[in-house]
Design a protein around this ligand. Structure first.
Ligand SMILES: Cc1cc2nc3c(=O)[nH]c(=O)nc-3n(C[C@H](O)[C@H](O)[C@H](O)COP(=O)(O)O)c2cc1C
Length: 188
């Protein structure tokens, strides 16, 4: 188990195609979801939920993605279709974070969306803390109504992200991070 500060200082995304099995165990998935749901939530509205894709269900969901893809690109070849079918099967586990933000008498919708983002980030960090790597992605199908219907999202729900989780086989490289002097100022 990495030390908390080390984890937070070194976490980086690993692409879905660079994530291998075995998938997290059911107990680990429960831990990940428990941590993901422990986020600030103004008004305690729980403006998010999770959908777990594992095993064969990843490809079943991929059928909805490939159907939407084919309706957009009827000329697409089999290789392209196979790639789309496998979108949620690149990593051994994918968890969608669904925002349920909606107009509310007191709590701005923006704050509900932020809470969904916090849930997604906690989910990523929980996976890393368990020794996995993760990648928070949306990709085109997160915005396709046909795919959202097939995944069971209602009209007011949106995908905050698909978090792909697995063991990293990526080289240990990082990207440049913003210089603190450019993003943090002291007031006054
Ligand atoms: C809401 C959201 C959606 C994202 N969607 C994608 C995506 O579709 N494809 C992608 O390559 N990266 C996407 N990213 C970026 C990656 O999660 C990641 O931040 C990026 O690859 C940089 O890696 P890092 O986490 O090590 O900084 C998204 C990030 C956020 C916050």
């Amino acid at each position: 188990m990495p030390d908390a500060l080390d984890l937070l200082k070194t976490r980086r995304s690993v692409k879905p195609i660079e994530l291998d099995g075995p998938a997290p165990s059911p107990a680990e998935v429960e831990t990940i979801l428990t941590i993901a749901s422990r986020v600030p939530d103004h008004g305690k509205l729980v403006p998010w939920r999770f959908i777990v894709f594992e095993g064969e269900a990843r490809v079943a969901a991929g059928e909805a993605i490939v159907a939407a893809f084919r309706s957009k690109y009827p000329q697409a070849n089999e290789e392209q279709a196979a790639f789309e079918r496998g979108r949620l099967a690149r990593a051994p586990l994918v968890i969608a974070v669904v925002s349920r933000a909606a107009p509310h008498v007191k709590i701005p919708e923006w704050e509900q969306v932020l809470s969904a983002g916090a849930a997604a980030m906690n989910l990523v960090l929980a996976a890393h803390a368990l020794g996995y790597a993760a990648s928070w992605q949306t990709e085109w199908y997160a915005y396709d109504r046909g795919v959202l219907d097939a995944l069971g999202l209602s009209a007011n729900e949106r995908i905050a992200g698909f978090v792909h989780i697995g063991y990293s086989r990526a080289p240990a490289t990082d990207r440049p991070r913003p210089a603190l002097a450019e993003i943090a100022t002291r007031f006054g």
